[in-house]
Ligand binder design. Sequence first.
Ligand code: NAP
Ligand code: G4F
Length: 366
Amino acid sequence: MKKALITWVTWQDWSYLAELLLEKWYEVHWLKRRVSIFNTDRIDHLLQDRHEKDRKFILHYGDMTDSLNITTLINDIKPDEIYNLAAQSHVHISFLMPEYTWNNDWLWTLRILEWVRNAWLEKTCKFYQASTSELFGWMDYNRPEAWYNENSPMHPRSPYGCAKIYAMWIARNYKESYWMFCSNWILFNHESPRRWENFVTRKITMAVARIKLWLQEKLYLWNLDAKRDWWHAKDYVEAMWLMLQQDKPDDFVIATWVSNTVRDFVNRSFEEAWIKLERKWTGIDEKWYDIETWKCLVEVDPQYFRPAEVNYLLWDATKAKTVLWWQPKYTVRELCKEMVKSDLENFKKDEILKQHWYEILTQYED
Ligand code: NAP
Ligand code: G4F
């Protein structure tokens, strides 16, 4: 049985990757930092049946800034594969917390590579580094429709992008210097119903569900013109695993060849909830109205402005397709539909529960 170590599974990618590795009969070790509430909603289903059919899903406490505890863990676990997914991954927040982002996203990667070497695992343990399209960042205005691939010039536009570029290069450096199996995965925005609400897609789908159920009045956004290649996180974790099953380490762009604006995603999400919108005004005055009630449902709020923005990127994932035989299964439309449906169901459930408790409590009042 292979042993995999996933650095933090409480969020989106980890949870899908853990599911995939358990299906493939790995012994999955996962790390969780201590927080004041138990934030395991995304993996609760795995915790419930962790002993089922001898599947091994083992929790360890750890923090990316605590060297001692991770050194001990790597020595004890002796993993065959490490999936380094942990990060302060929010671009806007990286401008507000640049030092923390640097410590988390770059220093942590260096530390973990050193720990692998110190445990004498450099020839047996495969290392996967979650890199990002934010490394390329700057749009080439002379070639607005240019496709980016593994060899395109890099120009990060945020402290997050800068920390991640170092992390990618240190992984490349350890591959060249110590012959370690280090692969970088340069990926675009991947989303799901398990995405955190302060990323734009989930913020939109949760707002749409709340608006539909009369729990929210309006959705405030910033750059509606930004274009992203959004895809389902489930498709991406399959590619992560494939990368570590290769004979040689390599870097891959993982993307879907399709780009949509934030505005497209807004419209599509409202359509999934049977609300039709019409646009009035442009720029920071842009507003979208419900064509039945003429209530304004979407507005621009400049508070989300980023000091520097990545407006547009378009990717060519031919290498992943030909070497890994990787192909995404979901379309952006299917992704959007799944997210809106899931948020509608969650809020309906909450409302039913609230109603249930209200009925119980009022009985006591009588
Ligand atoms: P995410 O939802 O932001 O998850 C962040 C995770 O890291 C959480 O589990 C968090 O733990 C943990 N973490 C952060 N700081 C920590 C610390 N000091 N100690 C312990 N745990 C810490 O990320 P994601 O969207 O799943 O992305 C996975 C990886 O892919 C990241 O490296 C990201 O940079 C990269 N990436 C993501 C995308 C994307 O579109 N999703 C695209 C390109 C690259 P808590 O739960 O305790 O906060
Ligand atoms: O959802 P976002 O915050 O994702 P962003 O900045 O593209 O970063 C995500 O993808 C990267 C891969 O390319 C990852 F490396 C990174 O870890 C993260 O997962 O914003 C998407 C776009 C941006 O242009 C942003 O300015 O949407 C625009 N936007 C417009 N209104 C908004 C909002 N973004 C957020 N978060 N909230 C808004 O209200």
